[in-house]
Ligand binder design. Structure first.
Ligand code: SF4
Length: 101
């Protein structure tokens, strides 16, 4: 059985460890593809491309908007995915993207 793409709210593996979203990261707004429409990106976004709503401070510019994709709202930071820093998070998320393509 191949690797199953994790849901953005279920990327927890076997771990019960939960973490707070890392300030200034934004890796989950860059590395994965998003197939849901995003305001200004009606086809979603490809893997490795920063969402147009990711601010210079690496925050979501439409965080409180009802137009923010559900998949984004459902994503929970997790140590197994987010790693020790933003660079590691990008690498792990890119690996998931390729493994589940
Ligand atoms: S809409 Fe916000 S949370 Fe979703 S990918 Fe874009 S910046 Fe990130």
């Amino acid at each position: 059985m191949g690797a199953r793409k994790p849901g953005r709210n279920q990327i927890h593996g076997d771990s019960n460890f939960h973490m707070q979203c890392r300030e200034g990261c934004g890796a989950c707004c860059v590395a994965p593809s998003i197939t849901s429409p995003i305001p200004g990106m009606p086809q979603g976004k490809p893997a490795g491309v920063a969402c147009i709503h990711l601010t210079a401070e690496r925050r979501c510019g439409i965080f409180h908007s009802p137009m923010r994709p559900r998949v984004c709202a459902d994503f929970m930071a997790d140590g197994q995915v987010c790693g020790n820093d933003a660079e590691e998070a990008l690498q792990i998320l890119a690996w998931w993207e390729q493994a589940t393509a």
